[in-house]
Design a protein around this ligand. Structure first.
Ligand SMILES: Cc1cc2nc3c(=O)[nH]c(=O)nc-3n(C[C@H](O)[C@H](O)[C@H](O)COP(=O)(O)O)c2cc1C
Length: 174
């Protein structure tokens, strides 16, 4: 089975998760940025595609790839600043999956939290007044403080287990 891991990252969180995923796949499985997507992508049986959440969905660079993934097996993973168990997180994954070509579903989905760029946090605090959902509130500060610890060792272990489980399921199908 030819498998590849592709990821889009701005500040490195999604790359770390991608590498953990590759660690759960057969040795030698390529793990590359979407900017280095191979021309023969259609020749892979299984593609793991990862994105950083940008305003509730996949970032643009990942979107461009997800939209054309017609490979037999596709797994989607993502990192986001919010609580990965929140409704927002579920939506962000669903929105990423909805970008797949018509009628195509992901074989598996994985999401975990990732530190939010401190420059972005500062910019939002400047732009939005206190009390606004993106403004400075104790809840917002706590969320960013928690996000700053991720992806942590447990997230990376979960990502690896996700990849191992996906491969087992796919191979059981063949
Ligand atoms: C422009 C921008 C938009 C973002 N939008 C969201 C969002 O809608 N929801 C969320 O939970 N996190 C959001 N984030 C946080 C990132 O998804 C999160 O920090 C992610 O782990 C970054 O991954 P990376 O290090 O691979 O770039 C946003 C970050 C940026 C820079």
């Amino acid at each position: 089975m030819r498998t590849i891991v592709l990821y889009s990252t701005r500040t490195g969180n999604t790359k770390k998760v991608a590498e953990a995923i590759a660690g759960g796949l057969p040795a030698g499985t390529p793990c590359v940025s979407v900017t280095e997507t191979p021309e023969d992508l259609a020749g892979y049986d299984c593609v793991f595609i990862g994105y950083w959440v940008d305003r509730g969905t996949a970032d643009k660079a990942a979107q461009d790839i997800i939209k054309v993934l017609s490979n037999k097996h596709v797994a989607i993973f993502a990192t986001l600043g919010a609580d990965p168990k929140s409704e927002h997180a579920a939506e962000c994954l669903k929105n990423g999956e909805a970008l797949l070509p018509e009628g195509k579903k992901a074989d598996g989905l994985f999401i975990c939290q990732g530190a939010v760029d401190p420059k972005l946090i500062e910019m939002m605090y400047q732009k939005f007044p206190a009390g606004h959902p993106h403004g400075r509130t104790p809840e917002r500060e706590a969320l960013h403080a928690e996000a700053a610890k991720h992806p942590d060792a447990a997230d990376l272990a979960d990502a690896k287990a996700f990849a191992e489980d996906m491969m087992k399921r796919i191979e059981a199908e063949v």
